[in-house]
Design a protein around this ligand. Structure first.
Ligand code: ADP
Length: 494
């Protein structure tokens, strides 16, 4: 098997900086590939939250004051070095304080929207990553980028560095974690981020509907593309809505797009070793789960402890289907269920949820926050886990739930459809409950079915067991990804 040198570009990486699932994936996959003896190194911005002392980051003299040309400007950046905790994965942190030493990674707290200069921030991120490689004299076989923040690296490899002998044998792979986030900016920024461009028009790879589109530039430029589940790979090609305006572009790349399901980090999400939860447990010894349940009920102030406790943990954005929960709440709460919701994000969804909790004390508990420890407690303490997503590229929480014996109730879309199979009491097969349409009555029907099975202790035990015994780690997906890398390298030779 080939061993590759891979530079992995990511705008999030757990535990340094996390907003959503990308951080979990970036915190795990490189570790797995490193264990398989690939020389994979990660590159991310040094945000304000990433403290040198906490993570033992070091200055590297060679990586100080690197000049990065971008359009008419030259940025002087530094790169610090460290390791992904509990691993030998080398991590490089792009330090450019005017861009990254800010209160939040993506969102300007003053406006509640993306930072105004995001195009330049993340164009610099990609360009600086490639310049750093040259300073290091480290030639990667592959530059593996994630989502729009890293999407210009494949583009620069095909433009600014096209004839650079240093990158002669370097190929690029881009993973799309969510096609709806594209890095779309007014055409005026084209001169800064696409400096080689003579004319910015529909023939330019980064042009979409008159705007600069980072993700499209990446799709058009990367040698191969992956996305995070097989079903989502099909959905973004076949559906205008789910392809978010890029379905035709993706369709052209169909032969180069692979759906590789994300895995989970078993060292972080494992009820046998989880340090955040009241008591550890395993598929063979489930008593600890009851203690976790009791602790959650107590902490969240829930009444009627016999009710099925349904957990939700999520970014509060439209994608996640909270409007369905809000609209179905009256019917849902006629069932013997309690809801525990942890989330942060859009203010309107936040307000809806807070109102729901206010109107239903003891039945609905809502915490508006980003709270990693509570997320673990919910996975362990809830009876079931709800994900009514309108779309879901992969979703990690349903896999965590399966691992924690907390059967998921999900809408059948994207990675949810790939990982959750309908449970039937008769056959004792399946690991959760699915509903097809994003409609209140379908959601309620699925929850209702879950409550019926929940009353049948034997059947529920079997359901939990089915979920807990499956391996959701990266082991098989990492193999698939390596075969994508193989193909990228082979195509390069051809
Ligand atoms: P997405 O990437 O769309 O946000 P995923 O299901 O792939 O969705 O991953 C979400 C990750 O973020 C999970 O690890 C989940 O536990 C975590 N998460 C989301 N919201 C919160 C929150 N408010 N507090 C703690 N963890 C959260």
């Amino acid at each position: 098997m080939s061993r590759y040198n891979v530079l992995y570009l990511t705008s999030e990486l757990y535990p340094f900086a996390k907003v959503g699932g990308l951080a979990d994936v970036a915190g795990t996959l490189p570790k797995v590939l490193k264990e398989q003896e690939h020389d994979i190194r990660v590159f991310l911005p040094k945000y304000k939250v990433i403290r040198d002392r906490k993570y033992n980051l070091r200055e590297v003299i060679r990586l100080r004051d690197i000049e990065v040309p971008l359009g008419d400007q030259t940025f002087t950046v530094s790169v610090k070095s460290g390791f992904v905790p509990d691993s030998k994965v080398q991590a490089y942190f792009l330090e450019y304080k005017p861009f990254f030493d800010r209160a939040d990674i993506y969102i300007d707290p003053k406006t509640g929207e993306g930072w105004k200069d995001d195009a330049l921030r993340f164009a610099l991120f990609s360009k600086a990553a490639l310049e750093t490689l040259k300073v290091l004299f480290w030639q990667p076989d592959l530059v593996h980028v994630n989502d729009w923040p890293g999407a210009l690296a494949p583009y620069y490899l095909k433009t600014a560095y096209k004839d650079d002998p240093f990158f002669e044998n370097t190929r690029s792979v881009m993973t799309i974690h969510n096609v709806a986030y594209q890095g779309s900016f007014p055409a005026e920024v084209a001169k800064d981020v696409f400096p080689e461009t003579e004319k910015f028009d529909k023939n330019h790879p980064g042009f979409l509907d008159g705007k600069v589109n980072f993700l499209k530039a990446g799709i058009e430029s990367a040698d191969l593309l992956t996305t995070v589940s097989p079903t989502y790979a099909k959905e973004i090609i076949s559906s205008k809505e789910l392809g978010a305006g890029l379905n035709d572009v993706l369709k052209k790349k169909k032969a180069h797009l692979f759906g590789v399901l994300n895995g989970i980090d078993d060292t972080v999400w494992n009820p046998e070793t989880d340090k955040h939860i009241a008591e550890n447990y395993s598929v063979d010894e489930m008593d600890g789960k009851a203690a976790c349940r009791a602790a959650l009920i107590e902490e969240m102030g829930l009444e009627n402890p016999e009710n099925m406790v349904i957990g939700m943990i999520s970014r509060l954005v439209e994608q996640k289907g909270f409007d369905l929960v809000r609209d179905a709440a009256e019917e849902l709460l006629k069932l013997p269920v309690n809801l525990v919701i942890l989330g942060s994000g859009q203010k309107d969804i936040q307000a809806d949820l807070e109102k729901l909790a206010e109107d239903n004390p003891g039945r609905v508990a809502v915490k508006i926050d980003f709270d990693d420890a509570l997320a673990h407690k919910i996975e362990a303490g809830a009876d079931a886990f709800l994900m009514p997503s309108r779309y879901e590229p992969c979703g990690l929480n349903q896999m965590y739930s399966l691992r924690y014996g907390t059967p998921p109730i999900v809408r059948s879309t994207g990675g949810l459809a790939d990982t959750v199979k309908e449970y039937t009491v008769k056959k004792g097969e399946g690991n959760g409950f699915l509903f097809k349409n994003a409609a209140e009555k379908d959601l309620v029907a699925a929850v209702k079915k879950a409550t019926t099975v929940f009353k049948n202790a034997e059947a529920w035990k079997k359901l939990q067991h089915n979920g807990m015994v499956v391996d959701y780690s990266w082991s098989s997906s990492a193999k698939m990804l390596i075969s994508v890398f193989d193909q990228a390298m082979e195509e390069a030779v051809a």
